[in-house]
Design a protein around this ligand. Structure first.
Ligand code: SF4
Ligand code: SF4
Length: 180
C-alpha cells in the first residue's frame, strides 16, 4: 500500500568497476574530515575547559547564610508552595537558646531537600523566598548513576561558612557575588 505519492524508486543498477573500488567515496570522506581541521571546534575539553553560561543561567540551588554565617532559611515553606514541580521538601524546627549564632530566625529548616530530577530550574523558589535564603547558582548538578544522588540534602545545598571558609564561600557565590 502506498501512503504518499512521493515514493522514489531505488536505483539498483550494478556498480561499475571504478565505483566498486570506493576510491572516490573514500576520498570524499577524507576531504570532509580534512576540511574540519580548519573549522572552529564545536566541542571543548571538559572538565579542563568549561563553557561560560549566560548571565541568566539558573543552575544548582544554594541555601544562603548571612554575613555572620547564620542560616537565612526560616522554613516558611513558601518556596515549596511556589515550586511547580513539587521538588522541595522540608521540616521546620524551633531555634533553641544558644543557637542564635547558627540560625538567623526563630524557626529554621532542620531538613531541606530538593529533588533535582523533578526540578525544572524555573527559579520560582528564589523569587518566592522572603529571606534571600535560596538562589540558583551558576553550577549544574553533576551526572549520577543513581536516582538518590539527585536528591540534594540541606548539607549539600548550604553555602560554605563566610567567616570560617571565606574562599569556598566566595566561589559558591559565583556570579551572584559580582552582581551584588
Ligand atoms: S527552580 Fe523551580 S522547579 Fe526547581 S525547586 Fe525551584 S521552584 Fe521548584
Ligand atoms: S528557602 Fe526561603 S521560602 Fe524556602 S522555606 Fe526557607 S525562607 Fe522560606
Amino acid at each position: 500500500m502506498q501512503l504518499t505519492n512521493r515514493a522514489k524508486p531505488v536505483d539498483r543498477q550494478p556498480m561499475t568497476f571504478l565505483e566498486s573500488l570506493y576510491l572516490w567515496n573514500i576520498l570524499k570522506g577524507m576531504l570532509i574530515t580534512f576540511s574540519h581541521l580548519f573549522k572552529r571546534k564545536a566541542t571543548i575539553k571538559y572538565p579542563e575547559q568549561k563553557r561560560s553560561f549566560s548571565k541568566v543561567f539558573r543552575g544548582l540551588h544554594v541555601l544562603n547564610r548571612d554575613a555572620e554565617g547564620r542560616e537565612n532559611c526560616t522554613a516558611c515553606g513558601l518556596c515549596a508552595v511556589a515550586c511547580p514541580a513539587e521538588a522541595i521538601t522540608m521540616e521546620a524546627a524551633e531555634r533553641l537558646p544558644g543557637e542564635e549564632h547558627l540560625y538567623r530566625e526563630e524557626k529554621y529548616a532542620v531538613k531541606y531537600e530538593i529533588n533535582m530530577l523533578r526540578c525544572i530550574f524555573c527559579g520560582l523558589c528564589e523569587e518566592a523566598c522572603p529571606k534571600d535564603a535560596i538562589y540558583l547558582s551558576q553550577t549544574f548538578a553533576p551526572a549520577n548513576y543513581g536516582r538518590k544522588g539527585f536528591i540534594y540534602s540541606k548539607d549539600e545545598l548550604l553555602i560554605p561558612h563566610p567567616v570560617n571558609d571565606k574562599e569556598a564561600y566566595q566561589k559558591a557565590l559565583g556570579e551572584k557575588a559580582s552582581s551584588n
